[in-house]
Design a protein around this ligand. Structure first.
Ligand SMILES: Cc1ncc(COP(=O)(O)O)c(C=O)c1O
Length: 451
């Protein structure tokens, strides 16, 4: 590793950071993280912090997961790469597909299509949805529905169904035929409705209305996160996703669950769909599938959808999607080891228990700090705090306030993530009671600094 002077001097000089303004990165260089151990990260100055971000919602098993590291190293020695495009495969993708089928059997998902990450998984799922209808002779079903505030990655299909202008405006025009439904976001919504049950009904009515307006026979799929993540952790009422499922089924529209964050235990259930008792037609996974140690993803496909492709005799079922790194043997080895550890530790249970502790602690902070306008969570280890200058008008706080909370919390030994006026918390699922207390006391220090 280069010495710290070199790193600081060259920080952000000759690279552009994702999701950042290049000028801002030059003016305010990012924190340089050089180590990770357990659920802690260490910066270039040797400062240790509990990582309340969990990498980027992906390091569910922490930074010291030896079985995943060993699997990667051993696979690099044995077969560092081979393609699984038509005609060749590798041992790991076969084994992993069996494991994924077992893992997602309660979700009704029976086939895997491998990708290199979350945006790829969204892209593939949306493409497969159109293709499914074409095989069945409904070529007119090409449109997509999604939720405002939803995040589905940054490929152009994903950005088109994305529900946040920050990821859209600079790249418009995006794909035509994508329509957005109000999110079940009780703190702010166009209906002025704060009751989650009634709000879910309004949003479902808006979905029905849009389908009627577009014509169901023109719509391929509805994509949604079971709990909206990057949009500010928005858990809908429990009636919402089952309601979406029912409407989609009634209109022949495929339901794509974007579980890039929620699959593998984060919500306290093994998948977000299962959390709500829903079986999707397609599910996007990535991130925690390898504990974040290798870029990898999988689109999971329901039995009924798979059957349409597998029994096709017209040739329309041939898949024209795939990436050089689809089914990468090292990624698949990492995923096999990660799934075994995930199962051995039954980490969904710790996510639920520690999630409840975090949720309680955050609500207690809201009692003490007026700057916290809304606390969202209550479903495993994904929570958000929305910061406002005034609780009545709900005016979002400026960057300076969130920045100060972030910096003070960092100095107090806790890494948090800031997104607009939200603080997003998604720690590794292996955090202990003590780690959660540290996260809460770090935040306490952060809020004290702006109060
Ligand atoms: C729900 C969801 N979908 C898709 C993506 C995109 O995944 P990636 O960044 O791996 O491309 C993300 C990333 O955070 C996500 O949260």
């Amino acid at each position: 590793m280069k010495d710290s002077n070199f790193l600081k001097e060259h920080n952000a000089r000759h690279l552009w950071h994702p999701m950042a303004h290049p000028a801002d990165s030059l003016a305010n260089p990012p924190d340089i993280i050089v180590g990770g151990e357990g659920v802690e990260i260490i910066d270039v100055n040797g400062h240790r912090m509990v990582d309340a971000v969990g990498g980027l919602w992906n390091v569910n098993l922490g930074y010291s997961c030896q079985p995943v590291k060993d699997a990667i190293v051993q696979q690099l020695d044995r077969l560092p790469y081979y393609s699984i495009f038509r005609g060749t495969t590798n041992d790991n993708v076969i084994e992993l597909a069996e494991m994924l089928r077992d893992f997602f059997a309660p979700d009704g998902l029976e086939r895997a299509f491998y990708t290199s990450g979350g945006s790829d998984s969204v892209e593939v799922a949306l493409r497969l949805a159109r293709q499914y209808h074409k095989i069945r002779g409904e070529a007119g079903r090409v449109k997509y529905l999604s939720l405002k505030k939803g995040y589905h990655g940054t490929h152009t299909l994903g950005a088109s169904v994305n529900g946040n202008a920050n990821f859209r405006t600079a790249y418009e025009p995006l794909l035509p035929g994508c329509y957005h439904i109000p999110a079940p976001y009780a703190y702010r919504n166009p209906f002025g409705e704060t009751d989650p049950v009634r709000l879910a009904q309004f949003c479902l009515a808006a979905l029905e209305d849009e389908i009627r307006f577009q014509g169901a026979e023109t719509i391929a799929a509805m994509i949604m996160e079971p709990i909206l993540g990057a949009g500010g952790v928005i858990p809908p009422h429990e009636s919402f996703m089952p309601g979406v499922r029912e409407i989609c089924s009634r209109h022949g529209i495929l339901l794509v669950a974007d579980e890039v964050i929620t699959a593998f235990g984060r919500t306290g259930s093994w998948s977000g769909s299962r959390h709500w008792g829903v079986q999707p037609d397609l599910m996007c996974t990535a991130k925690a599938i390898t504990n974040g140690y290798f870029p990898f993803g999988a689109v999971m496909i329901a039995g009924g959808v798979a059957e349409v492709f597998e029994t096709d005799t017209s040739g329309r079922g041939a898949i024209g999607s795939g990436y050089t790194y689809s089914g990468h043997p090292v990624g698949a080895a990492a995923a096999i080891a990660c799934l075994k550890e995930t199962d051995r530790l039954q980490i969904k249970d710790n996510a639920a228990e520690r999630g409840a502790q975090l949720w309680d602690g955050l609500r207690a902070l809201k009692e003490r700090y007026d700057v916290i306008g809304d606390v969202r969570g209550g479903h495993g280890l994904m929570c958000a705090l929305e910061l406002v200058g005034d609780r009545d008008s709900k005016v979002p706080v400026g960057k300076d306030v969130v920045g100060k909370v972030h910096r003070t919390t960092y100095e107090a030994g806790v890494m948090i993530r800031v997104s607009g006026n939200n603080i997003i918390l998604s720690p590794p699922l292996v955090v202990s009671e003590e780690h959660v207390s540290t996260i809460l006391s770090g935040l306490d220090a952060g809020f004290a600094a702006v109060s």
